[in-house]
Design a protein around this ligand. Structure first.
Ligand SMILES: Cc1ncc(C[n+]2csc(CCOP(=O)(O)OP(=O)(O)O)c2C)c(N)n1
Length: 323
């Protein structure tokens, strides 16, 4: 923390607060049936992983993730307005309203999505890494991976090939201890998932506290620099999701009530950073309050934008659809 600028820390705080408020609003809008669809996966609790990791990238670098993607899009700098419109299935959404919450993407930000098939985006991350090397750029790809995706065949194929070809991919496992309702110890023989790197001869980026944005940024920054020059790295960030698998999953909260209490009361990434900032900088509370207020207004604005945006027309719906 000593070597980081106050502005940097405040920017990370701002992004994390914006994500949390955005997700909380999405939860409400889903209950009001303004956002529809079978699932809506919130990033609440994971904020420090996305924000810490993506702050290590340049705009020319690449990002890809699974379906818990709204927070990643915000951390990548995508405007919350089209993200919200996408969730409401509106024409002004990031994918014209045809993708929905699991398929947020922005070409302009080299944010390649948002994928619903568990592990399905991992070969794409390898492919983007191959394109970076083939075109002789110095670009890097960050691919987020759920712990539940690490036992899917795509994980093996994608990580192995990235190592064979020394591709510039930083693989970040967001280990939130469960895949839907299955505990990591019930799905993996090796529960320290970063150790999977040994199987591929890949650089082990280790296990990082995913609730500590500063720690995440440090580990990922080193990995990004390594990946630019040398090849892939595997990192495991320990985190926790504060809501159910999707917003309609109630059983999760009941089953793990004690664990949830511990992670929300003592390991909330926003509160941890806030505490450090208040200790270090006298009188910073006013600045933090102003950031909270601006973020809340931005979420209101995004909600209004989504609600007022038109639905896609029939022509919109049949465009860019290939059979
Ligand atoms: C190939 C495939 N199998 C099963 C599913 C159903 N499914 C959706 S999410 C999920 C759990 C994934 O957990 P994890 O990768 O840990 O991500 P998290 O939800 O914890 O972020 C499963 C099994 C799916 N979408 N795709």
């Amino acid at each position: 923390m000593a070597t980081l600028k106050k502005e940097t820390l405040l920017e990370w705080y701002r992004q994390m607060v914006l994500i949390r408020l955005f997700e909380t609003r999405c939860d409400e809008l889903y209950r009001e049936k303004k956002i529809t669809g079978v699932y809506l996966h919130l990033y609440s609790g994971h904020e420090a992983v996305g924000v810490g990791a993506l702050s290590a990238l340049k705009p020319s670098d690449h990002v890809i993730t699974a379906y818990r993607d709204h927070g990643i899009a915000i951390a990548r700098g995508v405007d919350p307005k089209p993200i919200m419109a996408e969730m409401m299935g509106k024409k002004t959404g990031t994918s014209g309203g045809k993708g929905g919450s699991m398929h947020i993407a922005s070409r302009e930000h080299n944010f390649w999505g948002g994928y619903a098939i568990v592990g399905g985006h991992l070969p794409l991350a390898t492919g983007i890494g191959l394109a970076c090397r083939y075109n002789e750029t110095d670009e890097v790809v960050i691919s987020f991976i759920g712990d539940g995706a690490t036992n899917n065949g795509y994980f093996h194929e994608s990580l192995n090939m990235s190592q064979i070809w020394d591709l510039p991919v930083v693989w970040i496992i967001e280990n939130n201890l469960v895949g839907m309702g299955t505990r990591i110890e019930d799905s993996s023989g090796q529960v320290e998932l970063h150790k999977r790197s040994v199987a591929y001869g890949m650089k082990d980026g280790g296990r990082v506290d995913g609730q500590d944005v500063i720690a995440v940024n440090k580990v990922v920054s080193e990995a990004v620099e390594y990946a630019r020059k040398s090849g892939p790295v595997l990192i495991e960030a320990m985190t926790y999701r504060y809501k159910g698998h999707g917003v309609s999953d109630k059983s999760f909260d009941k089953r793990l009530a004690d664990e949830l209490k511990e992670w929300t009361e003592n390991k909330d990434p926003i509160q941890l950073l806030k505490r450090s900032l208040v200790e270090k900088y006298k009188g910073i509370q006013k600045e933090l309050d102003a950031i909270d207020k601006t973020a809340a207004a931005q979420v209101d604005e995004a909600t209004q934008y989504g609600l007022e945006s038109p639905a896609p027309t029939y022509e919109d719906l049949i465009s860019n659809v290939y059979v």
